[in-house]
Design a binder for this molecule. Structure first.
Ligand code: ADP
Length: 485
């Protein structure tokens, strides 16, 4: 089956979050189950630089009358290659840094055009823009690509009808909302600006376009698929999602073992796995030394690798940090985000340098070393569609301590007495989203840590969890087949 994956990010070329990891891993996993997969990406500088031999395949006009070139080349992912279409539109994409915002953190004023073009080009490919390769399924990811199903639905060409669209929600909170005046630039029929269409409380909503027009919908965990149908987490779209619940599937993300595997990870000072765990102690000692923490094997080392935003619930870590330090633990954080959280963690690190380290920035290498050296990873998100860091934590024997929501609830088994005696425990889960709830789980983590054999047993179970892309790709394939029916 010819499948076109459409996304704004792609690991290893451009990443601001989990979307990139999924967009980078899924095409190869689909290829491994026999599919003919290509990706479509906006021509941001890092994407253009990373797509080798990108040759022109077609030219077309945008709905607002701009001539655009489409190129086709290849992205090298380790030893392998992914065929990639790149939209060559420098006036829209040739801007350094974050793909969505300017240097002051403000969304670009022409984002509606920049990302409408992504969906438009996908629909043109589905309609035969590249005479040599036409997708049967267009799989669009998040609001950036969400106009693809809408453009496909209104495509009057002869090919309409035999290509299907699938839309995946990675985070419902980021919706791509624009002033309704911009709708007129996008070339969709007037009838689409309707409650049964792309209109959302008087605004143009890209997210709603994907949810309304795609043949099939998925999101990144079974629990989140249920949560987004409720008023608490539906972001105003719960009614539409409830109405489409038969077409909505939750498919858990997975771990790309070519990137995240402690037995082969070249970014770690020592490699380890469940049968040869010794390297983990060396990873911890070197990490403590690198970060200026007291080099103490007996101090449980908690880590955070995260965007620093309200969603991630990190105020709970700040509120309970004295308890964590008082119990003899250490915290090592890596993240960027809102200034007040960055400043708060910096201050706490300056006040207790032997116990707390805060690296404000983005570092793929340090993220791997934190996974390798940490004893536990804190993911207290308010909501979490899937979450990847807790899955990497499991794999690296860094036990996740998580809030029971979304994909966190689906991937971590709490260390209750029953789960401990039954051998299924993999981490610590709390229900109440407040300092008391969080502290309860933290104290249980400390207690378990003092029982070395029990901690080791939980860690072994965690490291043995399977979260492979093969399983996820097979599930996506089922969804594609349903969409084509
Ligand atoms: P989200 O997509 O909401 O940010 P996920 O847990 O799904 O959260 O994915 C986050 C991804 O981004 C993970 O691969 C994580 O390792 C990575 N990440 C987050 N912050 C940083 C950072 N400061 N430096 C390096 N990697 C980071």
């Amino acid at each position: 089956m010819k499948v076109l994956q459409v996304s704004a990010e792609f690991f290893p070329l451009l990443k601001t979050g989990g979307l990139a990891d999924v967009a980078g891993a899924l095409p190869l996993a689909l290829a491994d189950v026999g599919q003919d997969v290509r990706v479509l990406l906006p021509g941001f500088p890092s994407i253009r630089a990373g797509v080798a031999d990108a040759l022109p395949v077609a030219e077309f006009d945008t709905p607002w009358g701009q001539r655009v070139l489409l190129r086709l080349g290849h992205i090298s992912v380790g030893e392998r290659q992914v065929a990639a279409y790149v939209i060559d539109a420098p006036a829209l994409y040739d801007r350094p840094g974050n793909p969505y915002e300017d240097a002051h953190g403000q969304p670009y004023g022409d984002n509606h055009r920049r990302f409408a073009l992504l969906g438009f080009a996908a629909a043109r490919l589905a309609a035969g823009l590249d005479g040599a390769w036409r997708p049967k399924v267009v799989h669009a990811h998040d609001w950036h690509a969400a106009l693809a199903p809408a453009y496909m639905a209104f495509d009057g060409s002869i090919h309409r009808g035999d290509a299907a669209s699938v839309f995946t929600v990675h985070n419902l909170a980021f919706q791509g909302l624009f002033d309704h005046g911009h709708f007129l630039e996008l070339g969709l029929p007037h009838s689409a600006f309707d409650i049964n269409g792309v209109e959302f409380y008087g605004h143009l909503s890209f997210m709603k376009a994907g949810l309304f027009y795609a043949d099939r919908l998925t999101t990144v965990s079974p629990t989140y698929a249920l949560e987004i149908q409720t008023p608490e987490q539906g972001c105003g779209l719960q009614g539409l999602l409830r109405g489409r619940s038969r077409q909505l599937t939750g498919i858990l993300n997975a771990v790309d073992e070519a990137v995240w595997n402690p037995s082969t990870d070249a970014l770690l000072p020592a490699r380890f796995d469940v049968d040869r765990p010794a390297g983990k102690a060396q990873c911890k000692a070197e990490l403590q030394a690198q970060l200026g923490l007291a080099v103490r094997p007996d101090a449980p080392l908690f880590t955070v690798i995260s965007r620093l935003t309200e969603q991630k619930g990190l105020h709970l870590v700040l509120e309970t940090l004295d308890t964590l330090i008082g119990l003899g633990g250490q915290l090592a954080l890596l993240g960027t985000g809102v200034p007040h959280l960055e400043a708060a963690f910096r201050e706490r690190a300056a006040a207790a340098p032997g116990s707390v380290s805060a690296t404000i920035g983005y570092s793929e290498a340090l993220a791997h070393r934190l996974m390798g050296g940490g004893d536990a990873i804190l993911v207290p998100s308010m909501y979490e569609p899937c979450g990847l860091t807790q899955m990497y934590g499991l794999k690296y024997g860094s036990l996740p301590l998580v809030h029971r929501v979304g994909g966190l609830a689906d991937t971590v088994v709490d260390s209750t007495p029953d789960a401990l005696s039954g051998g299924s425990a993999t981490g610590f889960v709390f229900d109440r989203f407040d300092a008391e709830g969080f502290t309860g789980a933290l104290r249980r983590a400390f207690e378990l840590y003092t029982r070395a054999a029990d901690w080791q047993r939980v860690r072994d179970t965690a490291m043995r969890q399977h979260a492979d892309w093969h399983t996820a790709a097979t599930r996506y394939l089922n969804v594609y087949e349903e969409a084509l029916q």
